[in-house]
Design a protein around this ligand. Structure first.
Ligand code: NCD
Length: 308
């Protein structure tokens, strides 16, 4: 049911996704029991070639909770700097005793190639602007865990869709559960050819915002924009940010999600966050997503690397 490596969500059947979600629910339920042993004796290398807080730390915690050994391997001091190619580097790690690698890399398409060249399994921690499967899994898990019925749920994803690996994984996470997806961004960040079949798109946030049961915000990924595609962040924020002016447009009971890191003042204002904290506690799921990341990654590690 599970492929050797995990780097895109379309590799997984709905049954496999369900299995991950229910295993994550098990780990969440048993969270007070500090240790498990499905990765006992396994050496898992964490190698992140792009900045990360939540993903890297939650993978590390997940490995430790499952009894595995974590080896942090830093690209800054790797042999790649001495001219070694990545396939040889990974095979060297395997020769040293690594059983699997958790990888974050900036080049989209690289993991597909790598999976064909190396012998040990690896799990993506985010691949350029291609996909970020464990993020989408933890997002689905977070909604399910809140008791949200996903079928017919209207989800609006707002932000830099063009450069978002999270969005590209969410494209394969929501439809199997029959949730309705609408993508919203300025045209330059939402090219028509990117929109998958069955998914809607809009360029005017205010027109679709009142329909959203879930509003999923994305950061503007300035580090991935060769040239600045937006005239200014202030203008983006005025047109696509969730600010006080848009509060009356939000559906009653709306849930707000974000993969982090949040740029407060751009995709969402401090005032809106304060308003929700005071008036609708529990509707902003940002920290809940982070917490659930550990359980979902435990489930993925267990099912992919721990023999199930
Ligand atoms: C995202 C990522 O790195 O792809 N964050 C995350 O993993 N939680 C989103 C982002 O960087 O904007």
């Amino acid at each position: 049911m599970f492929p050797k490596s995990l780097f895109n969500l379309n590799q997984l059947t709905t049954a496999a996704i369900e299995e991950i979600l229910s295993r994550a629910a098990y780990y969440k339920k048993k969270r007070k029991k500090e240790s498990f042993s499905s990765l006992k004796g396994k050496n898992i290398v964490l190698t992140f070639w792009e900045p990360s807080t939540r993903t890297r730390v939650s993978f590390e915690m997940a490995i430790r909770k499952l009894g595995g050994n974590v080896i942090n391997y830093s690209p800054e001091i790797s042999s790649e700097k001495k001219g070694e190619n990545l396939k040889d580097t990974v095979n060297t790690l395997a020769a040293l005793g690594a059983d699997a690698v958790i990888f974050r890399h900036s080049s989209p398409g690289f993991f597909n190639l790598l999976s064909q060249l190396i012998d040990i399994p690896f799990i993506s921690g985010g691949e350029g602007c291609y996909q970020h499967p464990t993020q989408a899994l933890l997002d689905i898990f977070t909604l399910r865990d809140r008791g949200v019925e996903l079928s017919q749920l209207k989800v609006i994803i707002v932000g830099d869709i063009l450069h978002s690996r999270v969005a590209r994984s969410l494209f394969y996470a929501f439809p199997p559960f029959s949730a309705e997806l609408t993508l919203v961004a300025p045209p330059v960040l939402l090219p028509e050819e990117l929109v998958p079949r069955g998914v809607s798109r809009a360029y005017h946030l205010d027109e679709v915002l009142p329909e959203g049961d879930v509003v999923y915000l994305l950061r503007v990924q300035r580090e991935r924009q060769g040239k600045n595609l937006l005239p200014s962040l202030a203008e983006y924020s005025a047109l696509y940010g969730i600010n006080e002016k848009r509060l009356p447009l939000l559906k009653k009971g709306v849930l707000l999600m974000h993969p982090g890191p949040v740029n407060v003042g751009t995709e969402i204002s401090r005032g809106v966050l304060d308003y929700f904290e005071k008036n609708c506690p529990g509707s902003v799921l940002f920290q809940e997503q982070v917490r659930n990341g550990v359980f979902v990654r435990m489930a993925v590690l267990d099912l992919f690397l721990g023999g199930g």
